[in-house]
Design a binder for this molecule. Structure first.
Ligand SMILES: C[S@@+](CC[C@H](N)C(=O)[O-])C[C@H]1O[C@@H](n2cnc3c(N)ncnc32)[C@H](O)[C@@H]1O
Length: 387
């Protein structure tokens, strides 16, 4: 590891906009998330601030970008998110699985799906022996009749699967729900439970297959690169995924056990993460309302008189927990921005981190590309690195 001075020089020399860098991880685009960060961000931070076999933590893991990169680079990792869909997606992207095993697994899922399709002979009947649909699914509202039929058949297969087959099928099923639903306007309309105006649909089976194929490709690339980097003896490290509020999960993590934290907390009042995955929450049978209560910084809470102080207090709790788990000499990297249309909170976040004992090594502003902005006014975000 570098001396503190060299480390600051090294960090300051990095182009945090990643202009001209190689493209993103193939895992990144497998499942939509409203605020996924570029995989180059955690990859660079993990490469500079940790060593092989170290433990990397992301208490706001979202679609798993940090822990996917940590695992790929030979670090053990822990990811926490209050949103169960984020955790399902993260688990499916970080399996300790060989390429042959994932190919076999996908083959077997596709075989089961083709069996159900063949037995349906293209006909769908409510009398068939289909798995019951979770009662929160708003079938008629979100899907055209033909998409409903496909989803009910796919669901029947998925509910019979277990283990790794179930984990990756849940990801693939969850990933197809938004692109083939009737809503074609911004995802915010689904988030807010508005009634779609369109009859848009799609082929659920084809989309499901495509996700499974992309998953094979992502694992093939991960395993090939890993073998190249670590040699035959290198075993893909474990990633632990915890579905919980970050402050609760951190209470159970042991003191001085984490080498590096790389995370992007919710920005104040910008996004409703739980509601944004409404379609998947309905099918995978998770109640939205209780989770919204523990979601930090949700857009829907922004007008409360206490919204800012609650947000700052909740983040402060999480970072106190992070401080406890970090080993002496460990690092914490935070990627955070704010909307120009909300109360500014960044200075208070910095102050809070300082008073919790974090020592600032780097504070750079990076440009957020237009495709990745959580809101049009968020054109930049800060990369803060603490020692
Ligand atoms: C900015 S996103 C993280 C995105 C992630 N870096 C990625 O690349 O996908 C923030 C995440 O914090 C999660 N979150 C919100 N409140 C939380 C809480 N109290 N505990 C844990 N996670 C929470 C949200 O569900 C969301 O996935």
């Amino acid at each position: 590891m570098y001396s503190r001075e060299r480390l600051v020089t090294r960090l300051s020399s990095i182009d945090w906009d990643f202009a001209g860098y190689q493209s993103e991880s193939p895992f990144s685009a497998l499942h939509w998330h409203p605020a996924r960060f570029a995989s180059q961000l955690p990859a660079t931070l993990i490469g500079v601030l940790s060593d092989v076999n170290d433990v990397v933590l992301d208490p706001f893991v979202g679609s798993g970008t940090t822990v996917v990169e940590a695992q790929r680079l030979g670090r053990r990792a822990i990811g926490v998110d209050v949103n169960p869909i984020a955790c399902i997606v993260t688990k499916a992207k970080t399996l300790q699985i060989t390429t042959e095993e994932i190919i076999e697994c996908v083959k077997s899922i596709k075989y089961s799906v083709s069996g159900v399709m063949a037995s349906s002979k293209g006909l769908y009947s409510k009398d068939r022996n289909l798995a019951p649909i979770p009662e929160n699914v708003q079938l008629d509202k979100w899907y055209t009749p033909s998409v409903q039929q496909d989803l009910c058949l796919l669901w029947t297969v998925i509910t019979q699967l277990a283990g790794v087959q179930r984990i990756i099928s849940d990801l693939a099923f969850s990933a197809v729900l938004l692109p083939i639903c009737r809503e074609t306007r911004h995802w915010g309309y689904v988030c807010d439970n508005s009634t779609p105006k369109d009859q848009h649909g799609g082929n659920a089976f084809e989309e499901f297959d495509k996700i499974l194929d992309s998953l094979i490709e992502a694992y093939r690339q991960r395993n090939r690169e890993y073998l190249f980097r670590m040699g035959d003896s290198g075993k893909i490290p474990n990633v632990e995924v915890i579905t919980s509020s970050a402050s609760e999960a951190l209470k159970f993590l042991k003191e001085d056990t984490v080498d590096l934290v790389v995370t992007s907390p919710p920005y104040f009042g910008v996004c409703d993460y739980v509601k944004s995955q409404r379609l998947s929450m309905e099918w995978l049978d998770h109640a939205i309302e209780p989770l919204r209560l523990v979601e930090i910084g949700a857009r829907s809470k922004r007008r409360r008189g206490t919204a800012v102080s609650e947000y700052l207090a909740e983040l402060s709790d999480v970072f106190k927990g992070v401080r406890k788990c970090l080993k002496p000499g460990g690092f914490c990297a935070i990627i955070i921005g704010e909307s120009k249309t909300r109360t500014s909170v960044l200075d208070q976040i910095r102050d809070g981190l300082r008073s919790s004992g974090f020592d600032l090594l780097l504070d750079v502003n990076r440009t957020v590309s237009s495709q990745r902005r959580q809101a049009p006014s968020i054109t930049g975000e800060h990369v803060l690195v603490y020692g």
